[in-house]
Design a protein around this ligand. Structure first.
Ligand SMILES: Cc1cc2nc3c(=O)[nH]c(=O)nc-3n(C[C@H](O)[C@H](O)[C@H](O)COP(=O)(O)OP(=O)(O)OC[C@H]3O[C@@H](n4cnc5c(N)ncnc54)[C@H](O)[C@@H]3O)c2cc1C
Length: 429
């Protein structure tokens, strides 16, 4: 049989139902970790499924080692993460030079990976690492089980409520629930960036590209947008923009990773050879940092208009406070989709309806795959806001389990009160 011009086959096999839980969180980025801990805190049995060896997603594996926006008032789980980072002496205020980042806090992302795993375990969350979501089984609008595959092979996980925190909306997409992607006109998403970490070398010359590998950059105009971030004593992170790929397509994503590594060494070579920076390559993020993939269509889609107007909602469960951070996906240079004035937005609220998948009676979402338009997401995707949303989705899931109810039937005012009681500041005025 052919589907979209490609041959397709039916495939079925029996697999063991190895795991059962009240709440299953798919994807262990900052949103997923926060969701899992919040649901577990409420007494639910929780399983978190993560395809990599560590949790944290962009914050760890993507090398994005900087909390933007507010780091206080994001809720009890995020407060605990910050306290642990302080105890490990692994977080510092942003030292400059950009003024609009002055509230931000830079951290050690390898230490964060340890902190997050311990936080999950202290909350009693069952953690499955090296385990990928593969398929979703539904009965009408209800997810009954998901198929996960780790080193033991394909197995089923059954839960009452599922939370999609995969960034690319893999649960919703696989289930066939409505998702959206990128710009309205062509579906192009915001560009990803490669994080390259360098250390200063004292004395001697810095290494350069071996001849004949990649194309040396001759003039500054040929560089892609590169932001230089502080990264610990004597260290810097180079954030290198890459355009022209679809992060929701397997082959395109593969080509993106290959090009990003080449670009990284071309850029570093330029800084070493032409700018005479004494930088030695230390490491790069094992995976390119992805700003935007698929977004799930929820009961409400947060719009850029809501964000610009600092809109409040009766069913608010989180609060955004960051600018519209939307570099153009069409050009490699530092060109934004909106001007500076338009980018600065007041604090705004995120409603509970935008973390509830419209097509399902037991799927929630949090983080960068929540229900928002592209520009609204460009603000709401910062990590403290993803954590706040994750905590809210986890609490909502826990309450739905207790009431044995569809999450959308849980009283939003009860959820809101619980969130505020747990240290999240939702007010915007
Ligand atoms: C280059 C870059 C710079 C940024 N700069 C900042 C900044 O300075 N400050 C800031 O606060 N934010 C910044 N952001 C935004 C922020 O990092 C992300 O929006 C945020 O981390 C998203 O968190 P998340 O949990 O929603 O998704 P992710 O961190 O992407 O986590 C998703 C998780 O799901 C897992 N997963 C995916 N598919 C599957 C599957 N099928 N099975 C199992 N697991 C799966 C992934 O492995 C991952 O761990 C930046 C982002 C990028 C890319």
């Amino acid at each position: 049989m052919k589907e979209n011009g490609k041959e397709s086959i039916s495939w079925s096999r029996k697999i063991p139902v190895r795991y059962t839980a009240d709440v299953a969180v798919l994807g262990g980025g900052i949103a997923g970790v926060s969701a899992a801990c919040a649901a577990a805190r409420d007494g639910a049995s929780v399983i978190l499924v993560e395809r990599f060896a560590v949790t944290g997603g962009n914050a760890t594996v993507g090398g994005v080692a900087n909390w933007s926006g507010e780091t206080r008032g994001q809720g009890a789980i995020f407060d605990e993460i910050i306290r642990m980072q302080e105890a490990w002496d692994s977080i510092v205020p942003y030292p400059g030079p950009y003024k609009h980042h002055s509230k931000e806090r830079i951290f050690d992302h390898e230490i964060l990976a340890v902190i997050l795993q311990e936080l999950l375990l202290r909350h009693g969350v069952k953690l499955l690492l090296h385990t990928q979501l593969v398929d979703v089984r539904t009965k009408k609008d209800r997810i009954t089980e998901v198929m996960v595959c780790g080193p033991s092979g394909p197995e089923a996980l059954r839960a009452q409520v599922f939370i999609d925190c995969t960034g690319e909306a893999m649960v919703a997409h696989t289930a066939g629930f409505s998702t959206m992607k990128g710009r309205d006109k062509d579906g192009v998403t915001l560009p990803p960036s490669m994080m390259c970490f360098v250390r200063k070398v004292s004395g001697g010359s810095t290494p350069q590209l071996p001849k004949g590998w990649f194309k040396p950059v001759v003039k500054a105009e040929d560089l892609p947008m590169t932001s230089v971030w502080p990264n610990g004593p004597g260290g810097n992170a180079l954030k290198i923009k890459v355009i022209g790929f679809d992060v929701t397509d397997t082959e395109s994503m593969t080509a993106l990773e290959i090009l990003a590594r080449r670009r990284m060494f071309e850029v570093l070579d330029y800084y070493q050879r032409v700018k005479k920076q004494p930088w030695l390559f230390d490491h790069c993020s094992p995976r390119i940092g992805i700003r935007e993939g698929r977004r799930i269509v929820g009961d409400y889609v947060l719009t850029v208009d809501d964000v610009k107007k600092g809109r409040e909602f009766d069913d608010a469960i989180a609060r955004g406070c960051y600018l519209l951070d939307c570099m153009s996906p069409d050009i490699e240079k530092r060109v934004a989709m909106v001007n500076d004035e338009e980018a600065h937005v007041p604090p705004y609220q995120i409603p509970m309806r935008s973390v509830i998948a419209r097509d399902s009676s037991n799927l929630l979402m949090a983080g960068r795959c929540f229900s928002a338009d592209q520009l609204a997401l460009s603000s709401a995707r910062i990590m403290p806001t993803c954590a706040m949303m994750g905590q809210a989705a986890g609490m909502l899931a826990g309450m739905a389990v207790k009431l044995n109810s569809d999450p959308r039937k849980v009283d939003a005012q009860l959820v809101r009160r619980k969130i505020e009681k747990n240290g999240a500041v939702l007010g915007v005025r």
